[in-house]
Design a protein. Sequence first.
Length: 324
Amino acid sequence: MFFRGRRLRSKTYLRDMVRETHLRAEDLIQPYFVVETEDKNFCKEISSMPGQYQLGIDALLKKIGEIYPLGLKAIILFGIPEKKDEVGSSAYNPDGVVQVAVKEVKNKFPELIVVTDVCLCEYTSHGHCGVVREGKVLNDQTLNLLSRTALSHVRAGADMVAPSDMMDGRIKMIRESLDQYGFYNIPIMSYAVKYASSFYGPFREAAESAPQFGDRKTYQMDPPNKREAIREAKADIEEGADIIMVKPALPYLDIITTLRQKFDHPLAAYQVSGEFAQIKAAAKMGWLDEKMVALESLISIKRAGADIILSYFTEEFLKNWQEI
Ligand code: PBG
């Protein structure tokens, strides 16, 4: 006698019956880039992210209008402001691009979960995620600006905030300021374990947020480190994070699995712009089957232990790939 693994692989429905991991519309969050511009119908494709766009507010509403009926459950918004300055003031302007977008999206799609990315890099002239003095990104001086940003998003109607800056102590500060203003029911999805990754390249084109000098290595994590990921996640949970995130996803599946084993909190993973671009580029060359490779990547991220995936493939999944 030997193990006959093929028995349960012999028919489609048998394989379906014993499938251990599933991908559902509820698992996915689609990122959108909203631009502050006179032309509300502005719509420009991001060259390194085919099928993803910088959108004016009306173009965004139209896009959501197309995808929402297909089962879109949640989006995350990134803003591209008209003006940038040293301290990223447009990030916490109550009439800023994300704040206005949140209002309009929630008004039209009240059931849709609208998450906002909380960071300064799209709003600062130097492109760093915090306040810069003498070439250094200052931690504690940034915290107040981040909590003001988060609060302004929530006041505009955001359902959840997602701080992506990697300053120490920001979850505590944001939690305290949301609570202070009565928003104790608004969850925080923390980019708890965010690596200084080269896979963010296309995003920086999309969000116009590349650092103007240096890199993000003094605040984002060093890719070879795993034990540090546990410390970061633990700190954010203690400070009040409701959902913890690992970013990027596919090159960090081991980190996802480790956090899944160590913590009981819902776990998110961000399949980032570079992961998306790789698949798109190879598919365009005719070297890989886009649908099959994208679905295999997404299911791997879930199998590793993620409950939620932020993915630029969400739209495509809802439109054409839902049968898996
Ligand atoms: C902002 C932020 C970044 C991403 C999400 N939030 C870029 C960065 O840290 O440079 C990357 C997302 C992606 O690559 O898809 N700090």
